[in-house]
Design a protein around this ligand. Sequence first.
Ligand code: FES
Ligand SMILES: [Fe+2]
Length: 457
Amino acid sequence: MASLKGFIACILVVYLSVILHRIILNPKISVISIDLDYISFVLLNIDYKSPYLYIVTLIVGFLVHYVYNLLFRPLNRVRLLGDVGYQKDGKFTMKEISNRVKHMRDVGEIPPVYPNGWYALIESWSVGLLETKTISALGQQFAVFRDENGEAHVLDAYCPHMGANLAVGGLVTGDCIQCPFHGWKFRGHDGKCMGIPYAEKIPEVAKVKSWTTVEINDWINIWYHAEGMEPYWQIPEIEDISSGKLQYNGRTEHHVNAHIEEIPENGADAAHLMKVHRPFVGAGYELDKIWSNYASWIYHKWDATWSQRPSPEDHVGCMEVTHDVKFFGYSLFKLFEIKVKALQLGPAVVHITMEGIFFKCVLQHMVVPMEPVVQKVVQTLYMHWAIPNIIGKIFLASDGIQVDRDMSIWNNKKFQSKPILSKSREDSLITKHRRWYSQFYSEHSPRLNFQKDTLDW
Ligand code: FES
Ligand SMILES: [Fe+2]
């Protein structure tokens, strides 16, 4: 809708510009002193029936709209299953290939599918005041809504009365959501039923589960714990975002067919950086092609390490990376050198700070399991408000290409529960990461077999 409004505004601007252009370029008048009589003469005598006027207006309108979007609107780069990350086969569409690989490949002996911790369920901006959203994730159906005071709530979606989905057609009134089927009202804070339109007495047990919810850093997050434990750590606020010092440049979204642990494990996998991510981003994302053109004279150089924070921050893993771009083996006066610090906060939330000579930016990297082995990976980028938006967009799009490359690995691999590792610093980091990540699984964490039985996987 916003895009349509922008387009109409552009058309109007261009339409007026065409008229103005005719006035200003007319040799009979000077730009400095415009003859008002002549302006009205031109306005009255423009051939409004000329198709030329409308064709030019439309073309220039499109261009202005495109350039406006490119320069000023945040990036939204989405790659769904089948868009990238599978080997092409002329006989089949990518959607068919992705479905076949998804169902036929050996996923391996995977750990439980929903680790314990905070999950960034949805971006704040996508749930407006009094709006509702339904979300499938973590083997659950959630109803997300924002009450009249602006507070976000997350409830189990299914109404305990007759099972309607509260978020699909439900109305928000006060701090409650009203079921679209028979009108029962449920309070956001605790899920308690607060009213039944046609009954005086509310059954004691009329209640839906209310999920512990925290809205921070432009995300609505929920706490998930298979044993029902309360949160024992919190997502830290990123002050540069809340203060407005850093501004939003956009997002990338990737749907990945892999177990959730594969995604953060990438952060400790120092060896893959020089294989998958070394060729320059300009070489694209197809792993069999990225080495052909640019790798010899322009490439990325990475130097990474990973460690676990000591108690009481043992839920935090820290990856530190130095990145540079090399031209014929030389760096350009550290122009492209970037220091990266990625804090893995539990199983699914990562805060990444990147600092170069001219800029500092923050990337949030969030993973949510949409299915037992299908993850939604969303990254949002924030740069200093004075840096033109287009710079952030180029940076984020480049990062998106690097994730596309990871997708080709993730979508097709098997989880090696007992990997054969070399005696090297690089592979030892993987062992450390697996040990660290295992703290997020507990006795009742759901396993894929359980899903097979109940969800016809
Ligand atoms: S199903 Fe929700 S009120 Fe009846
Ligand atoms: Fe990677």
